[in-house]
Design a protein around this ligand. Structure first.
Ligand code: NAP
Length: 270
């Protein structure tokens, strides 16, 4: 069978995945099928990526085994109800909708044999630098799981976990970009407060963060070890770290992640 892939929903995330899998050579443009209700977005996807676009979701299930569900969580129930009769045991449904448990898909489709992979990606996937966690139900075999892993590797890093850990993933990497953006925003303001122009401050703050991440990755050293190397005795950095620790920086970060994890658990039950 031809190596095809279908998308239901070609919005921000759907488009990022399409871009990634084309760039990685995983699928040919003409083997990517996208159902998208928005006329201008359909035209855009067809023009930019030369993928096959459709208005009707049902066509995707006829043409593809792997189907990525990339619509908003609030749309998912009606989508599944509409497609119920077209979903069969050979399909692999890969959902990126935040918060919806695997049981939600099985219950709504009323099919115990359906293959579901639930994914928690994050927004840097839009620039092919995402962090995604994948969980599968018992109907998904190892080979089928690796198909999904390859898709998400095209837009960043991938981990495979039991579903029970997806709330923790949501709190860490799913919501994580929000914490990082807040940190960067504060760093920029701090530069401005100290007399730098906003443009200069932004340039320095962004490069400091991305450079530090690169150094961490490439050196393979523990963050504490690298921090030790930039804190000279009686110097500026250790003075600043003292202030950071007095306000309980570590504890605050652990608290914010924990609060997001708890919120994710609450939303999953709603
Ligand atoms: N964006 C992120 O960073 C991010 C991160 C993690 C997880 N996610 C998850 O990814 C999913 C997609 O998010 P997104 O940001 O890509 O949303 P989005 O940009 O709104 O894309 C969803 C697309 O699906 C279309 N759509 C709506 N109803 C549909 C239906 N019944 N059948 C087919 N297509 C339909 C929408 O069209 P209309 O605009 O015309 O409604 C829209 O183009 C969500 O479930 C979200 O939880 C997103």
């Amino acid at each position: 069978m031809k190596n095809t892939i279908g998308f239901i929903g070609g919005g921000q995330m759907g488009e990022a995945l399409i871009r990634g899998i084309i760039a990685s050579g995983l699928y040919k443009n003409e083997d990517i099928f996208v159902a998208e209700p928005n006329d201008s977005q359909r035209e855009h996807l067809e023009k930019v990526y030369s993928v096959q676009v459709f208005h009707n979701n049902l066509t995707i299930f006829e043409k593809c085994t792997v189907v990525i569900l990339a619509v908003k969580p609030q749309t998912m129930k009606s989508l599944l109800e509409d497609c119920k009769n077209r979903v069969h045991s050979h399909h692999i449904l890969v959902s990126i909708a935040a918060g919806l448990p695997i049981s939600f898909y099985m219950d709504t489709l009323e099919k115990s044999e359906v293959k579901i992979i639930r994914v928690m990606p994050n927004t840097p996937a839009l620039v092919l630098e995402g962090a995604s966690a994948l969980s599968r139900n018992e109907n998904v075999g190892d080979e089928e799981l690796s198909v999904a892993e390859e898709i998400f590797k095209a837009v960043g890093e991938v981990v495979v976990l039991d579903e029970v850990h997806l709330d923790a993933v949501t709190g860490l990497s799913g919501s994580g970009p929000a914490y990082v953006f807040s940190f960067i925003e504060a760093l920029v303001d701090a530069g401005v407060k100290s007399g730098l122009t906003r443009a200069v401050s932004e340039k320095l703050a962004l490069q400091t963060v991305s450079g530090s991440v690169k150094l961490l990755k490439e050196s393979g050293e523990h963050p504490a070890a690298l921090r030790g190397k930039v804190t000279s005795p009686g110097g500026t950095a250790i003075t600043a770290i003292h202030v950071l620790e007095k306000v309980g920086f570590h504890g605050i970060i652990m608290d914010i992640v924990e609060s997001a994890v708890n919120r994710s658990k609450e939303l999953g039950k709603a």
